[in-house]
Design a protein around this ligand. Structure first.
Ligand code: ADP
Ligand code: MG
Length: 322
């Protein structure tokens, strides 16, 4: 509730990493996912108590991998399901788990805010280079022969994924726009807590006649979160993961943790190779995109440190100017 004299509440997109929902040390059962989701939502509850209007995004790597596996095992008893539709499935199922867990946490905290999940399509370019030359691994490992057989059967592209075998690869196109972002913006401004663009959202492209068409690919959730933030006019992007701070020379003896940097500095460190493609790279890319697009602040921190990070006492802040 906004009272006269109060500052206008700030809007943040909060991105939950895959590790916020799945515990890598535990089997990925729904019971475990629910338990882990409830724990992760303590951070989100802190943000709500701090007065933020919120959109929550989340990863879906392990979940969509399992969904692909289920589809393959069940075929031909039940028909194939394309990847785009499986992303939609996980947006719904994971959205449900987050939605219910958060609604319960709000209830216990005596906070009257409603939570809802929006299945999001995300516009990409049909000619995105990553669709023409896919490199993002999805789903299970197979022996080479089996992988090639499946590739012939389903028109997949498969690649050698190292010691554990071969895997399917799909494109990970750059998200251009969240299709239903004006609806999301209206809901957020009305005080609803919205879960959107789960798993990065369902990639779609525009046909020449203006119709949307799905494409079998996945969108990086950090990139999608930045675009979502810009599309709804959010002031902040808060990326919650499993390290407290972004570091230079990560994992090396001379590792140096960064508490604050400008987008320009982040770009320079990125170019110097400090942020690998599958993990910190997309977060930094998202941070730069968000700040260059007009966002005020990006915070990257550990799920457990969100309150300290809001005060600038933990985490890494990425800001427009020094
Ligand atoms: P999420 O599921 O939250 O997206 P990721 O595994 O994709 O998590 O990214 C977070 C991981 O990035 C950390 O666990 C850390 O191991 C790794 N990482 C790679 N480079 C860096 C860096 N320069 N600074 C901090 N963490 C880094
Ligand atoms: Mg990640």
């Amino acid at each position: 509730m906004v009272r006269s004299g109060d500052k206008e509440p700030r809007t943040a997109v909060v991105a939950l990493g895959g590790n916020a929902i799945s515990d890598p040390d535990k089997e990925d059962t729904i019971t475990n996912q629910f338990a882990h989701t409830r724990k992760s939502l303590i951070a989100v509850l802190e943000l709500i108590k701090a007065g933020y209007r919120l959109v929550i995004t989340h990863g879906n790597g392990p979940q969509v991998g399992n969904a692909l596996r289920r589809v393959e095992l069940a075929y031909p008893q039940v028909p194939m399901v394309p990847l785009g539709v499986l992303v939609a499935d996980t947006e719904g199922s994971m959205g449900y788990m987050i939605e219910q867990s958060l609604q319960n946490a709000l209830h216990l905290a005596g906070i009257k805010r409603e939570v809802l999940t929006i299945i999001s399509q995300v516009l990409v370019d049909k000619n995105d280079p990553s669709l023409l030359n896919p490199t993002k691994y999805v789903g299970p490992f197979f022996p080479e022969g089996k992988a090639r057989e499946l590739a012939d059967m389903y028109n997949w592209i498969v690649k050698d994924a190292g010691k554990k075998g071969w895997r399917r690869v799909v494109g990970s196109p750059i998200p251009l726009r969240i299709i239903n972002s004006s609806a999301i913006r209206n809901l957020v401004e009305a005080g609803f807590i919205v879960i959107a663009a789960g798993g990065g959202g369902i990639p779609v492209y525009l046909e020449p006649d203006g119709k949307l068409e799905g494409v079998d690919a996945v969108i990086d959730k950090d990139r999608a979160s930045a675009i979502l933030g810009l599309n709804i006019g959010a002031e902040e992007l808060i990326i919650l993961t499993n390290v407290d701070r972004v570091a230079l020379n990560y994992g090396k003896p001379d590792q140096l943790e960064i508490d604050r940097m400008t987008a320009a500095e982040a770009k320079r460190y990125f170019a110097e190779g400090h942020f690998p493609p599958g993990s910190m790279g997309p977060k930094i890319e998202a941070a730069v995109k968000f700040i260059e697009g007009g966002g005020e602040k990006v915070i990257i921190t550990h799920l457990n440190n969100v309150l300290e990070a809001l005060k600038g006492k933990a985490g890494t802040w990425i800001v427009p100017l020094a």
